[in-house]
Design a protein around this ligand. Structure first.
Ligand code: ADP
Ligand code: ASP
Ligand code: MG
Length: 814
């Protein structure tokens, strides 16, 4: 005998039922088959919905009823184009009984557990009849047997307990004389000794099949479903999840108990004692290996076998000083919950005994609170304990593995991984057997938690980074292009899976949770929703993806003001925008603090020297214990351009105009020529060296003429350049007389910073600086005479984009 079970989706359409029939045909060639079927996918839920509607005196139950009818009619007609009359008659008869039951519920305005079981039993009765009759129509040796005649339970409606001796005897008896090669049996439903209809609990068809398998002591039990086995975690929530080939009974039980819906937890019990393996298979892909659940404990390999999640959890906390050292509190608490038939899923107790925390199904939360508050009424009145606190909107996630007990540090890794992603843990439980470590977290964090834990324990090698870019002008565009070109390389060589999830310019923004296709991102962005800073932030929060990075490639103060919001959500910030780091010191400190507190990287390498590794080098010097004594630097590509082109053969006005037109200066060249931009850069370097400094503290000796300084518009300013040509020629002549070059230099010495034009003599490292190159010299305790020098192109879209890219990779390597 072979025992197979097909779940709701496997019998959810005529096409799928045809798959099932062909699998059964093949199997029946080998040996007889007992096949347990669930209700057609979704029907149990619809029956319960109709019952609720009828109970609430809502005639809409008729629409739900019609829906149920239509689904079955369609399946019958598609499966049996001819000879469908007996099936239609049966459907009619059965649905009449269902309609009457619903009318009855409507009339009395009540839906007891007993009636509920009667109601849901229609689902399996219909599906098993349709499948068996269809097979008979196709001349297969098939019969249907109602399990309600075989499986006998107590009267604990909606989740009845099985009377094994009677049930096993009935099953053996029946199959002794059963003649058909294939027997179709409805799962989930049973009867009490008194003949009342009962059920084995939601998902209980698996259990029915296990009871049959155990009664007949078959070689293995096969559970056919819509996925290729038990997965490392819920495949609907984690795309990278994969089927586990072999797993022990204990591990399977833990995983299913904590939410791996693919197997109904009690299923394991009947087959466990007899050592009958359970094979989970995919009806849509019968060729896939699936999962074998057996008594083989896993010895080698990954100590974590799977990660599961269970939603709709409420946390009850009982606390108060009156509990300490007094025996009996927990006993009373658990007795009360047991009396209310409330199942406790998770328990933690602080070692001070000051509080007990319980995880239960949220549907039971209210009755639990009422019952517990009542039983401790006296203690609450005497303020020995507080009224019980109930929190909802929670889920449990659990790591499961027989072998976790032999490995240190798994829970540490679990909690730090969650912490890094800003997932708050409300309660933790770890059984002494160490087969399971569970944590209670908010529902909204479940997807992120499963993905990040799965990455940590099952994909250890790749890290997914989720990037959100604001500002896709020149630099932003280059960055997107560089990412597009390097994605495959990063995955292959650095094990970084870099995805751009959100893009925004000042007009529109666009998101794709699965990663934006970078081939046509411009069209997608143009067709996106209206951009807003808050909308961008809210979308990132809603997506709640692990390792999220916000990138500011604007020069906008409003964007910079949002950094604290991102950091507080543990979202990394990479800024090209200088405003935040060169704004007031208090804000700079706040950002640094938030970055540490929320474990969110805050990087801004491109603030100084574009793509040159200036800040990174400085950080490494400081971190390794070196002390910065002095920084000498040329940090402005625009001023370099101007003074490399200005001489006694050119006009200052023409050079500045050309620099402006060729994009070497800001549209308002005063920002560059006044030295403010350079001052901001040396300020950032001074701060990164550990000095507290404001922009006003920097000495700025301007080379501009007095009227140039006073000009109040760009046009005015250009006028002054023409008028004051003499002033600028004088500066040139003075330098030239000493064979010096003019360079705009930023300096930081002993805690003081200054910027200004300097005459640089031949032989000085700055003397030959060309084009838009920048140079930075660090004098430190370890480099006292010969400075550490960083030199290279300090402006341009490509190098700036590569500096931003380097910041992303730094985060990937953390
Ligand atoms: P059936 O109707 O065949 O009994 P279920 O819906 O009860 O199927 O169970 C299969 C579903 O369980 C899958 O479609 C999947 O979404 C869900 N599931 C949750 N966790 C896991 C897991 N760890 N492995 C496989 N499936 C899981
Ligand atoms: N049909 C029942 C349910 O949906 C039993 C099962 O499918 O296992 O819960
Ligand atoms: Mg199921």
């Amino acid at each position: 005998m072979q025992v197979l079970k097909f779940g709701g989706t496997s019998v959810g359409s005529s096409q799928n039922i045809n798959n099932v029939i062909s699998i059964l045909e093949t199997y029946s060639e080998k040996d007889k088959v007992a096949c347990v079927v669930s209700a057609v996918g979704g029907i149990t839920d619809k029956l319960l919905l109709a019952g609720e509607q009828a109970k609430n005196k809502d005639r809409v139950f008729e629409a739900t009823f019609n829906d149920i009818k239509a689904i079955h009619l369609e399946i019958i007609e598609e499966l049996n184009p001819s000879n469908k009359q007996p099936l239609l008659d049966f459907l009619d008869e059965t649905l009449n009984a269902l309609k009457q039951l619903l009318e009855g519920i409507y009339l009395i305005n009540e839906l007891s557990p007993k009636t509920s079981d009667k109601l849901v039993s229609f689902g399996e009765k219909l599906s098993s009849f349709i499948i068996a009759e269809t097979m008979k129509n196709r001349r297969l040796s098939a019969a249907r047997k109602n399990t309600q005649d075989l499986i006998i339970t107590n009267a604990n409606y909606t989740k009845a307990e099985v009377d094994y001796p009677t049930t096993y005897a009935n099953i053996r008896d029946y199959f002794k004389s059963a003649r058909a090669r294939i027997t179709i049996l409805p799962g989930f439903i049973a009867k009490s000794a008194q003949g009342e209809e009962t059920t084995l609990g939601r998902g209980g068809s698996d259990f029915t099949a296990a009871i049959l398998a155990a009664a007949m002591e078959v070689e293995q039990l096969e559970i056919w479903t819509d996925v290729s086995g038990m997965f490392t975690t819920n495949p609907k929530l984690v795309k990278q999840a994969y089927p586990i080939e072999t797993i022990s009974y204990q591990e399977a039980m833990e995983l299913s108990h904590f939410g791996a819906k693919v197997l109904y937890p009690p299923t394991v019990q009947p087959v466990l004692d007899l050592n009958i393996p359970i094979h989970i298979k995919n009806t849509n892909r019968p060729e896939d290996t699936g999962t074998i659940i057996s008594n083989q404990e896993s010895q080698n390999g990954n100590p974590v076998k799977g990660i599961s999640n269970i939603g709709n959890i409420a946390l009850l906390t009982l606390q108060g000083s009156g509990m300490v050292g007094i025996p009996g509190f927990s006993k009373r608490l658990f007795e009360t919950l047991a009396q209310e038939k409330i199942n406790v899923i998770l328990i933690t107790q602080a070692s001070s005994e000051h509080s007990i925390c319980l995880g239960i199904d949220a549907t039971d939360a209210e009755s639990a609170k009422t019952a517990v508050d009542q039983i401790f009424e006296n203690e609450i009145a005497l303020h020995k304990i507080d009224p019980i606190v109930v929190e909802t909107g929670l889920s449990i996630i659990a790591l499961v593995g027989d072998n976790m007990k032999n490995h240190q540090g798994i829970s540490g890794k679990m909690f730090s991984t969650l912490g890094k992603n800003n997932i708050n843990i409300r309660a933790i439980a770890q059984g002494a057997s160490e087969k399971n470590i569970s944590a209670v977290i908010a529902d909204k964090d479940v997807k992120k938690a499963l993905n990040t834990l799965h990455e940590q324990f099952f994909e250890a090698k790749t890290k997914q980074l989720n990037v959100f870019i604001t500002g896709v002008g020149n630099v932003g565009e280059r960055l997107v292009e560089q990412i597009r070109q390097q994605r495959a390389y990063l995955k292959e060589n650095l094990k970084i899976n870099l995805r751009i999830i959100g893009l925004s310019n000042s007009r529109t923004m666009y998101f794709n949770e699965d990663g934006i296709d970078l081939k046509d991102w411009k069209e997608k962005l143009a067709g996106g929703e209206k951009a807003s800073l808050d909308g961008f932030f809210q979308n990132i929060l809603k997506l709640n993806l692990r390792n999220s990075i916000f990138m500011d490639i604007t020069a906008n103060a409003d964007v910079a003001r949002r950094y604290p919001d991102y950091l507080r959500e543990s979202i990394g910030v990479v800024a090209c925008n200088k405003i935040a780091c060169s704004g007031n010191m208090e804000n700079y400190r706040l950002l640094k603090r938030l970055s540490l507190k929320y474990n969110a990287p805050f990087l801004f390498e491109t603030n100084v020297g574009a793509g040159l590794p200036v800040i990174d080098t400085l950080n490494n010097l400081v971190a390794s214990g070196d002390k910065i004594t002095s920084i000498q630097a040329v940090l402005s590509g625009s001023l370099n351009f101007v003074f490399n082109h200005f001489n006694d053969q050119t006009r200052f006005y023409d050079v500045v105009k050309q620099a402006q037109e060729e994009g070497y200066t800001e549209p308002d060249p005063r920002i560059d020529l006044s030295g403010v931009d350079v001052a901001r850069k040396i300020l950032i370097l001074a701060r990164e060296s550990g000095v507290s400094m404001e922009l006003e503290d920097i000495e700025n000796t301007s080379f501009l003429s007095e009227s140039g300084l006073k000009s109040d518009s760009v046009a005015d300013f250009f006028e002054t350049l023409i008028e004051d040509e003499g002033h600028y020629q004088q500066i040139y002549a003075a330098a030239s007389a000493k064979q010096c070059q003019l360079k705009y230099v930023a300096q930081f010495n002993n805690g003081q910073a200054s910027v200004g034009l300097q005459e640089i003599p031949q032989g000085h490292p700055f003397y030959n600086l060309e084009g838009k190159d920048n140079i930075v010299m660090f004098y430190t305790q370890r480099y006292p005479e010969q400075p550490m020098i960083i030199k290279g192109a300090g402006a341009g879209a490509d190098v700036t984009a590569s500096g931003l890219f380097a910041d992303i990779i730094r985060i990937g390597n953390i």
